[in-house]
Design a protein around this ligand. Sequence first.
Ligand code: FES
Ligand SMILES: [Fe+2]
Length: 428
Amino acid sequence: MASKRDQDILTQVGAGMPMGEFMRQYWLPAAMSSEVKAEGEPMRLMLLGEKLIAFRDTNGKVGIMDHRCPHRCVSLFFGRNEEGGIRCVYHGWKFDADGKCLDMANVPPHQDFKHKIHAKAYRTRERAGVVWVYMGEQAELPDLPHIEATMGDESDTIVMFIQRECSFLPGLEGSIDTSHAGILHGPAGRPQAKSTDIEEIILANPHPEYKVSETPYGTTYGAYRAAEQGQLNWRVAHYLFPFWTLAPTGPIEGHVTARAWVPMDDTHNMSVYFARRSTLHVSTLATLTGGAADFTDFLPNTTDWHGRWRPRARPENDYFIDRAKQRTETFTGINGVLLQDQMITEAMEGGMPDFDWEHLAPSDHMITLTRRRILQAVNAFTNTGTRPPAADTPKDYLLARSGFFVAPETRDWLEVYRERVDAARAAA
Ligand code: FES
Ligand SMILES: [Fe+2]
């Protein structure tokens, strides 16, 4: 299927582009709530190729708007965060968080036309310690996505923002690319599984077979490996429209995580990892981060459009690759799953796979299915206005959870998956 035209459709996210308009039909996680400080200075925010500013007004409400002042286009980044709104410093026009013009300081009151002027502002909400933004034009706002990992209290949610200097697509695809798990993230030598522990089984057998399926809200796969007599070990994972992945990094009963691959522009994305703290495997975060309790090794954030949440290990320093360790300890010599994944996507030429160059294998079936599913939905939206999956019915997502389970080889994997998730939820 792959063609350069498909690649362009999938990766061009600016306003007016098919994928860009499609993504604007969904809520996007935009920033940590703690980044938009009470009555603090405005921050620059790049989303879907748009240069925005975010600020928190004196009532605590977050405003996200185009950074260009609607008077003479000066950047509102330099504006003053005043009582009830932000004031442009050029001629003093003031806007509330909804973009309504409250004052025109340089125009005599009998001549002003502030009721006619709006800054281009987007609707926002906060949940789980994250500011969400809706960049679409639908009059009726959908609910925030019913994705379990994003629905908890701030105190029960671990949130990590990590910027990647690549298109969102390889990030997303890396997260559903199950066959790399036992290789990229494995040890230098090929181990034997010594127990029935799924992690050991994965490392000992890096080429599972797997099945894929479309869902109402995206795609799913089940990778399976032989377990004890007559049983199979399953790892089930999901892609959820438009940019979410649920990776199977723990048992399905209690491992509620999700990751958004939010495009900043065509060549940068912000991955936003959510995990319900109370459901996590103790070892999971340490595995992801190469031992650190959380992922804190960032360059200092700057006010630049691309200045937030950049790991210190990056292309210019080859991710601190340790070639001695690569020979003796880990397959890559790069520390931790998150950075290993970061490297392989940023190291693709131009920050994305080249559809004319690549050769997809049977092990890439989930990727081909997902690309096809996205392309069909984007084309249907662009050509006939068919509403994007789950965009207006975000409760559909509740069906999805990822993780491991063991099942008799005679059973249908999707049936067992649903039973296990329903049972886990009923017990919770
Ligand atoms: S450019 Fe903003 S008030 Fe004139
Ligand atoms: Fe990975």
